[in-house]
Design a protein around this ligand. Structure first.
Ligand SMILES: N[C@@H](CCC(=O)N[C@@H](CS)C(=O)NCC(=O)O)C(=O)O
Length: 204
């Protein structure tokens, strides 16, 4: 069954498109514009947040980039991107780490908002520096989230690190750059990125 994919090429929808290509899913894209079709009543029925990405599959909606990645890995098992029993701990741990602490730390940093040291115990991510160091340590040891095998968790975690190092919201640590190189050489990444880049060029 075809996946309906709601996106804008200049958005986190790029992560979901990459995931769709990794999963080998047939999909139909619906392009939405910021502030207009993204906030229109018919789309708010799909995602009341008025944000992209979102997908519809088998009569259900999935929003949130990380959830879309995990869902696609499960829905398209032939791609072999869901974790096996030994990989589940790392898969869920780092996927949620990227969707929670990492995303918050990057967003706050890019908006110029710093957590005061005496408030770090309250903030879920503690401090930006600690988040970066923890992630750096992880990828100094492992090639991929689950060790030596690429899984769908690498799409989500890897997209955050790829964008972060490209746009300067993450430092250019050696471990990050080596990980990004492994990921951005993948056929699915290249194919998905080419589609979004073309859409961006056509619309500019
Ligand atoms: N937590 C959501 C964030 C989605 C999000 O913020 N998307 C942005 C584009 S990258 C958006 O749709 N912004 C439009 C708006 O808020 O009006 C996810 O991870 O998918």
């Amino acid at each position: 069954m075809t996946v309906k994919f709601y996106t804008n090429p200049m958005s986190r929808g790029q992560i979901s498109r990459w995931a769709l290509h990794e999963a080998g899913a047939d999909y139909e894209q619906i392009l939405l514009d910021y502030g207009t079709s993204m906030k229109a009543d018919d789309y708010l029925q799909i995602n009341p947040m008025g944000k992209v990405p979102a997908i519809e599959h088998r009569g259900k909606v999935v929003t949130e980039g990380a959830a879309i990645c995990a869902y696609l890995a499960d829905a398209f098992p032939a791609a072999g991107l869901a974790p096996n029993a030994k990989e589940q701990a790392d898969y869920y741990r780092w996927m949620f780490f990227a969707a929670g602490p990492l995303e918050s730390a990057i967003t706050n940093r890019s908006l110029g908002f710093e957590i005061a040291p005496d408030k770090e115990m309250t903030a879920g991510y503690g401090s930006y520096d600690r988040v970066v160091d923890v992630l750096d340590t992880k990828f100094q040891v492992d090639d991929y989230v689950c060790g030596s095998r690429f899984t769908m968790a690498d799409v989500y975690v890897g997209a955050q690190i790829t964008w972060g190092t490209q746009f300067g919201t993450l430092p250019q640590r050696d471990s990050f750059l080596a990980y990004v190189k492994r990921l951005t050489n993948r056929d699915a990444y290249i194919a998905a990125k080419a589609i979004d880049d073309t859409l961006i060029t056509e619309n500019s």
